[in-house]
Design a protein around this ligand. Structure first.
Ligand code: PEP
Ligand code: MG
Length: 910
């Protein structure tokens, strides 16, 4: 891996003093690193350095760079020369700053060791706390802190964490020992264990480590440190980390940094605490301090969901109907200090931050800051508010929103009128409502989702091992954990609705059931969750679409002012057309007329038409279809109110319309007045081995001109009718699909022009229209200069163009393309994101050649790529006039087009 990083590391070495800096120190109000060095120091390390330089109270420490990780993997898992001395020297600085020594029996320095990649990455080794404790330093800690219970408890936690994440001993072994000890003494809380009991637990833990690993628990603090560093680097290549990287397109060669930092303790008594917070509400974006804390606890206790966290503010406590006191009440001075840190960090980073802090014996320490994950609704509100507050400008606000995340806002909400049976309530951890079959393991969620089922993943709490199941589920429900629990944070990031901490529910993992009072939910039963209210309901509750106003409308307005690409929609039903208009579509870029043919009674007429054995027979059936098509177009023109409407004449292989069952064949035979056997025979004759490359597209118009003629007539008659009835001017763009030969288009354009003239004469209404083609075949792209002589517009049908350029079947490729992605042969599915080198090159060539012939040639895209942000950027670069996508992607495309404009991608200058 990572040739690039190694090369970079070498460059750093030769450019500076000749020695690569592998370790960066921070603490005591200064730092060697900076926030903009996240590639080298990882996100956590870079921000610890930045907070130190800002003068915030950060426990001192150092960061081992991502380049060491790269070196480690390219050099047979060994470290660069000099690293050991650098770590020693940095550790000495920490000792000096803290006034304690690593491994010192009298007053030992303890450190935490954490991973830290460029982006936060669940699946990586997380944290080892209290490192440096052994059988003798624990005595020193007991004496120095004056609290033997705390010291033994710290050692016990350390053996457990180190044993688990570094030595690979399953954590349930440790939990069993602890539970047994509590049971024997009739205790329910860990904190009730006496120093003697804890010593017994420690002895049992060490024996367990010896039994499981064949070696004693390491007593040398330096050996502990290097083992933990090795474990962090090792965790970069665990299956979980690899899966996460694949799901989030994180390059393998980024590597992780390691952060070693002096421990501060939130569990030394009642004047200690630990917490996590967001500088604004990550769920709705409100400008209110938002977080949770626990008195007398270590950091992991808050996120692990073992104890129910308390709110930071009184407002938060009230909003969540909590009876536990807020930090604002319990530690008012420290809360005020933390609130100041909050303002300082927001002003400095100009963004909402996610922070971690610890209070040790009445003193506040900052352990982390990073840009906070937020829901799409919160992201919008924060961006718009920050523009109003003068913190960022509009361009920055637009840049900050991930277009794909807008999808969350378009998610259904529960129909307020629908009856619902609420069986439990939890925290509203991630918005949106979803119903599906309850499943109790991540594997099962993945399995059933792959079969097309909607599932809700139900867990006591989630861990990074559940990521694949969370991804596959339509919603996540947990019975433990707060708003910052793993489930809540990950679900928000993924845009999945989530209810966390629904404590009344009792899960029986073995039986795969969940119970609340007398209600039993079995594996596979339908349930619904509302991540906006925290409600859990029995059955599947109907949902409705949300209104798009407020901050959404404001940001979209800013985006519209910036973008140069127009955004249209692919729609043929009135419902889709209306939805798309509501989402801001500026016309229809693709109306697939065949969808109108599949409808109810039309399919019989259609089948009758294709199975007729002569033109007269076909015309008879087409005459029945004409009024229905005309009515469809009238409705579309009325909805689109003069906006451009591109109507594609019939495209799919006739093969797709064939009757399959005996009943269907009999129905066609009766309607057409022919023998059943004749229908059977003709249907068999029309079967194609490779219909995608068969009798479809303009080949239908060439061989059965009466089909296209009927459609053209329906379009012009509809336009004339709309003009007469409502005065609205419809300007249809008639699109001929799958052209390979310039002549195909010429012939069909002549036909369209003739029909237009006939309808104009008969109706007295001359409709302004244009005729163009789809560019869906490599030959069409290459001959675009010729084709543009007859075409007034091109619309790139990149679904077929990808299929025909790659020689990949659109219908079947998904089965093996994932393997290509996993093996790194394809960076992404080319049917999702336009392949810029091959398919994109054809788009570029066709655009250039087409515009050379006809400078005002209108160019658009109507393949699925028209709604994909990365592809939209490419379209802007190539100089297309518009993108067209499904209705629900219209807002995504509007924002992506604005971002493309901001990034300097231009339109109209090919
Ligand atoms: C295309 O091929 O990109 C296209 C839009 O047409 P269809 O998906 O209907 O084949
Ligand atoms: Mg196509």
């Amino acid at each position: 891996m990572a040739q690039t990083n190694v090369a970079k590391a070498k460059k750093t070495a030769s450019a500076s003093s000749g020695k690569t800096q592998w370790v960066y120190r921070f603490g005591a109000g200064k730092a060697e690193g900076r926030a903009d060095m996240r590639n080298l120091l990882g996100g956590k390390g870079a921000n610890l350095a930045e907070m130190s330089s800002l003068g915030l109270p950060v426990p001192p420490g150092f960061t081992i760079t991502t380049e060491v990780c790269t070196y480690y993997y390219t050099n047979g898992q060994s470290y660069p020369a000099g690293l050991e001395q650098d770590v020693e020297a940095a550790l000495a600085t920490v000792e000096e700053t803290v006034g304690a020594r690593f491994g010192d029996d009298a007053n030992p320095l303890l450190v935490s060791v954490r991973s830290g990649a460029r982006v936060s990455m669940p699946g990586m080794m997380d944290t080892v706390l209290n490192l440096g404790l052994n059988d003798s330093t624990v005595e020193g800690l007991a004496r120095h802190s004056g609290d033997a219970r705390f010291a033994y408890d710290s050692y016990r936690r350390f053996i457990q964490m180190f044993g688990n994440v570094v030595l690979g001993v399953d954590h349930h072994h440790f939990e069993e020992i602890l539970e047994l000890e509590k049971e024997e003494r009739g205790l329910s809380l860990d904190t009730e264990l006496t120093p003697e009991a804890l010593q017994k637990v420690i002895a049992a833990y060490k024996a367990k480590v010896q039994a499981e690993t064949g070696k004693p628990f390491p007593q040398d603090p330096k050996a502990q440190l290097w083992a933990a560093i090795g474990a962090v680097f090792g965790s970069w290549q665990t299956q979980r980390a690899i899966t996460y990287r694949r799901l989030h397109s994180i390059p393998e060669d980024w590597g992780t940094a390691v952060n070693v930092q002096a421990m501060v303790f939130g569990n030394m008594g009642e004047d200690c605490a630990t917490g996590v917070a967001f500088t604004r509400n990550p769920s709705n974006g409100e400008n209110a301090f938002y977080g949770e804390y626990l008195v007398n606890a270590q950091g992991e206790d808050v996120v692990a969901g073992i104890r129910t966290p308390q709110h930071l503010t009184v407002a938060g406590k009230k909003a969540n109907r909590s009876s536990l006191p807020a930090m604002e009440e319990v530690m008012p001075k420290l809360f005020a200090e933390l609130d100041q840190v909050r303002h300082k960090l927001e002003a400095h980073y100009r963004d909402m931050q996610d922070i971690e802090f610890t209070v040790q014996r009445g003193k506040l320490y900052m352990l982390q800051t990073r840009s906070g994950k937020r829901t799409a609704a919160a992201a919008l509100k924060i961006a718009v508010d920050m523009v109003k507050e003068g913190v960022i400008d509009r361009d920055e606000a637009i840049r900050r929103i991930d277009p794909a995340s807008l999808d969350q806002l378009l998610h259904p909400m529960l129909d307020p009128k629908a009856p619902r049976k609420v069986i439990a309530r939890g925290l509203p951890a991630s918005p949106g409502a979803a119903g599906g079959h309850a499943v109790f393991t991540a594997d099962e969620a993945e399995d059933r989702a792959s079969k097309g089922e909607k599932v809700i993943l139900v867990r006591t709490e989630t861990s990074p091992e559940d990521i694949h199941g969370m991804h596959a589920a339509v919603g996540i429900l947990t019975t433990r954990g707060g708003m910052t629990s793993h489930a809540a944070v990950v679900a928000r990031g993924m845009g999945r609705p989530c209810v966390s901490g629904a404590g009344d529910l009792r899960i029986d993992a073995h039986a795969r059931t969940m119970k609340v009072r007398d209600v039993l939910v079995r594996d596979g039963d339908l349930i619904t969750i509302d991540g906006g209210t925290g409600e859990v309901m029995l059955g599947e509750v109907p949902t409705i679409q949300p209104e798009l106003s407020g901050d959404f409308a404001t940001l979209m307005g800013w985006a519209d002012a910036l973008r140069k690409l127009k955004v249209r929609t692919n729609a043929e039903t009135p419902l889709d057309a209306r939805t798309a208009r509501r989402f801001g579509a500026e016309g229809i870029g693709l109306c697939r007329t065949e969808h109108m043919f599949f409808d109810g009674n039309r399919i019989v007429a259609m089948r009758e038409m294709i199975l007729a054995d002569d033109e007269a027979g076909r015309r008879k059936a087409l005459a029945r279809i004409l009024p229905m098509q005309r009515a469809d177009f009238v409705e579309l023109f009325q909805i689109m109110k003069g906006l451009p409407v591109t109507i594609r004449l019939l495209d799919p292989p006739l093969h797709e319309f064939l009757p399959h069952t005996d009943a269907e064949m009999a129905e066609v035979a009766a309607a057409a007045g022919i023998e059943l056997d004749t229908v059977r025979h003709r249907a068999a004759m029309m079967k194609e081995a490779n219909p995608m490359l068969g009798h479809r597209g303009c080949r239908l118009g060439i061989t059965f001109p009466e089909i296209y003629e009927m459609q053209a007539r329906a379009i012009f008659e509809a336009a004339a009718q709309v003009k007469k009835e409502s005065g609205e001017t419809a300007e249809p763009e008639i699109m001929i699909p799958l052209v390979a030969l310039p002549k195909e288009l010429e012939v069909l354009k002549e036909m369209v022009d003739r029909v237009a003239a006939e309808v104009a004469k008969a109706s007295g209404v001359a409709t302004t229209y244009s005729v163009g083609t789809m560019i869906e075949l490599p030959r069409a792209a290459l001959l675009a200069g010729e084709i543009a002589k007859a075409a007034e517009f091109f619309s790139f049908g990149t679904n077929d163009l990808t299929q025909t350029t790659y020689g990949l079947s659109r219908d079947d490729a998904a089965r093996f393309l994932q393997a290509y992605e996993r093996k790194g042969l394809l960076p992404q599915d080319p049917f999702v994101t336009l392949d810029p080198q091959g398919v994109g090159e054809l788009v570029r060539i066709a655009s250039e050649r087409g515009r050379k012939t006809r400078p005002n040639l209108k160019l658009g895209i109507c393949g699925e790529h028209g709604g994909d942000p990365a592809s939209i950027r490419f379209c802007a670069e190539v100089g297309l006039d518009y993108v067209s996508c499904s209705p629900y992607r219209v807002p995504i495309a509007r924002l992506a087009a604005a971002q493309a404009a901001l990034s300097g991608a231009t339109t109209r200058d090919v």
